[in-house]
Design a binder for this molecule. Structure first.
Ligand code: FPP
Length: 252
């Protein structure tokens, strides 16, 4: 069964976010500011991924979702795209064993058909190996776009149930590629831009948004704590008034 939807009922608003979703922006600018090639920024970005995965697990965050490569990123210079592909492959090769030992489940979501056969195979193996782990679910969004997700879900639903006259949230939910996770409590974008950039469009409906100027390679456990602190100061009303929330929470 899919996790509860924030547009249907009031989900728990835990003190530590259960699900954190991140746009890891600023790798290129981090490198350029140091007169280094942009790809060095991505390599440093992998170190930041490792640190943030560890920090999330230590803080009891159950789900971390990272936007690693958008459907639009194919428009980047060819050498940068191929470096990113090599990096994904290296990360899977080198890190999955360690992640598995630490109870981390790895999922990769997006239109994976455009990746080469070897990378697709590595992804399948990583998902299979770590499928039963529950300390933290790390979802990597690769060749992903929020609009793509909503359309692929709708098309697969209609293929399964061709007679459907109208579609409800509950119908669609199991077909969305984040069906394995609750909706994010906290969204973080590093690198100073304040946009969603076609990330998790459906799932971010009631997520708390946090933007920081810190470039992704510099984002560490302390920066994560700043984001969590900001999240903890928010009142999540899910469309209700403060007074209603008090009543609902008293009754539950
Ligand atoms: C955005 O920075 C970052 C990316 C498009 C790639 C992110 C990839 C990694 C951190 C490495 C691999 C990660 C995993 C999970 C395997 P940008 O290049 O847009 O930076 P800019 O805005 O400064 O140019």
């Amino acid at each position: 069964m899919s996790p509860p939807s924030s547009t249907q009922q009031i989900p728990d608003a835990p003190l530590v976010p259960q699900h954190v979703a991140v746009i890891m922006d600023g790798n290129g600018r981090w490198a350029t500011a140091r007169y280094l090639p942009r790809v060095t920024g991505h390599v440093k970005g992998v170190d930041a991924v490792r640190n943030v995965v560890r920090a999330c697990a230590e803080r009891g965050i159950g789900y971390l979702t990272l936007f690693a490569f958008s459907s639009e990123n194919w428009r980047r210079p060819a050498d940068e795209v191929s470096t990113l592909m090599r990096l994904f492959s290296t990360v899977l090769e080198r890190e999955v064993g360690k992640m598995h030992a630490n109870g981390i489940r790895v999922k990769v979501v997006g239109d994976l058909t455009r990746f080469d056969a070897r990378l697709q195979e590595q992804i399948r193996e990583a998902e299979e190996k770590t499928a039963a782990n529950r300390v933290l679910t790390l979802t990597i969004c690769a060749n992903y776009g929020g609009r793509w997700d909503i359309l692929q879900a709708t098309n697969r639903l209609l293929a399964d149930r061709p007679g459907l006259a109208s579609v409800t949230e509950a119908d669609l939910a199991p077909y969305l590629c984040m069906a394995h996770a609750p909706e994010p409590d906290l969204f973080i974008r590093t690198g100073g831009e304040q946009r969603i950039s076609n990330f998790l469009l459906w799932q971010l409906a009631y997520t708390e948004l946090y933007f920081t100027d810190t470039f992704w390679p510099d984002f560490d456990a302390a920066a994560l704590d700043d984001a969590i602190l900001s999240y903890q100061k928010r009142e999540r009303r899910f469309g209700r008034t403060s007074a209603q929330l008090v009543e609902v929470r008293k009754a539950s």
